[in-house]
Design a protein around this ligand. Structure first.
Ligand SMILES: [Zn+2]
Length: 381
């Protein structure tokens, strides 16, 4: 039998700050191989990024195929810990260490659940990346491409991110909002404040555009999502002189959007508003943007019902379905199969003295075991 707490401690003791692996995947492979998993180490690199080591492990060859996705990399420890961030100390029932909550303990809980439930009537796999906290270029997206090329088909997936609120299983994430960053640069004509008719001030047009974009309601939300939001993060002119009309002004903003929008529809909206202001004011307006995630929703159905039922059988409580928070690797997996995020409570993730109660690791192990048992007894379609 695999002890989830000992395995979590072994993983935390590897200082796997992205993109370093520091032996974390070796620890995992050593735990999975005796359980019958075929392990594939997938090292990807791309120009301009650092190479990343990933692990795909599969037990069984038949369908249905249940996948657990996660990451062994962690964010830097930072300063001011009262417990060594890589010692994996257990004190007063709490496991301390970088990655204890996000998300090495969940990986350990899943491995222990597989060890407990035994050989499945189908297949179980782990898709573990070392590049979730970093650029996420040489991790999950490349692994999914590799799986497709090998003819590997996943039917359902759980991502073990720390998505719960106060106790494991109180919240399931069935979707996430998308995110786009925009920069808008307005160019006018520089001049003397005493002769403004000889200049073209870019500040009022920028202010007009900011007001229009900020005042526009993108949507009113829906059954599964809060309304989308547009937030300005900076407004810059950088002009120290009191007697000069500047030539240029710029602003930056972020849109967090639900499944009422696509990146394309939002970019078109922003471009339309910018063109209108440029036309009215005679200034040049240039937009640039970077999409850092698209929104997705796994519609409540047989799979979410199975997961919720299994959680309730352990915790006695029906989990909440949520779509809040930042982005996760589920945004890549949703193109391949239905995906739900379920892990520990993440109150201390990325913080100093990150920790998780040992009892919660055991509870999550029970939850994952209940899901696997229910899944292979009666696979959802
Ligand atoms: Zn994470």
């Amino acid at each position: 039998m695999t002890d989830p707490v000992l395995l979590a401690q072994q993983l935390v003791r590897c200082a796997s700050v992205t993109p370093a692996d520091a032996g974390a995947l070796d620890v995992l492979e050593a735990a999975l191989t005796p359980l019958g998993f075929m392990c594939h180490r997938l090292n990807f690199e791309q120009e301009g990024t650092q190479p990343v080591d990933n692990l795909y492990a599969r037990l069984g060859t038949a369908a249905p195929h249940f996948c657990f996705a996660g990451h062994t990399d962690v964010v830097p420890a930072g300063e001011g810990w009262t417990h060594d961030p890589f010692a994996a100390e257990v004190r007063d029932g709490l496991l301390y260490g970088r990655g204890a909550a996000d998300m090495k303990s969940a990986i350990a809980a899943f491995v222990a659940a597989v060890a407990r439930t035994g050989t499945p009537k189908g297949s179980i796999s782990l898709l573990i990346t070392g590049d979730e906290e970093g650029p996420a270029v040489n991790g999950t997206p490349k692994m999914l491409g590799w799986l497709k090329a090998q003819g590997e088909r996943i039917d359902h997936c759980i991502v073990g991110e720390p998505t719960s609120t106060s106790s494991a299983g109180d919240t399931l994430k069935i979707g996430r909002r998308g995110s786009i960053n925009f920069r808008v640069a307005v160019t006018g004509v520089q001049g003397h404040v005493g002769y403004p008719h000889r200049a073209r001030n870019p500040i009022p047009p920028l202010a007009l555009l900011v007001t229009r974009l900020a005042g526009h309601k993108l949507d009113t939300g829906n059954d599964h999502f809060e309304p989308s939001t547009l937030s300005f993060t900076s407004l810059d002119v950088g002009n120290a002189a009191t007697n000069v009309i500047p030539a240029a002004a710029e602003a930056r903003f972020n849109i967090r959007f639900n499944n009422e929008h696509t990146p394309e529809s939002l970019i078109a909206h922003v471009e339309r508003e910018a063109r209108a202001v440029a036309k009215e004011t005679g200034c040049d307006i240039v937009l640039s943007h970077g999409v850092s995630g698209v929104s997705f929703l796994t519609h409540p159905g047989p799979f979410t019902a199975l997961v919720a039922g299994a959680v309730e059988s352990v915790t006695g409580r029906v989990p909440d379905f949520s779509t809040s928070g930042g982005t996760s690797d589920a945004r890549f997996i949703k193109d391949h199969c239905p995906v739900v995020e379920l892990g520990l409570a993440g109150a201390t993730m990325h913080k100093v003295d990150e920790h998780v109660p040992v009892a919660e690791i055991l509870r999550l192990t029970d939850i994952y075991a209940a899901i696997l048992t229910a899944y292979f007894a009666n696979p959802p379609h």
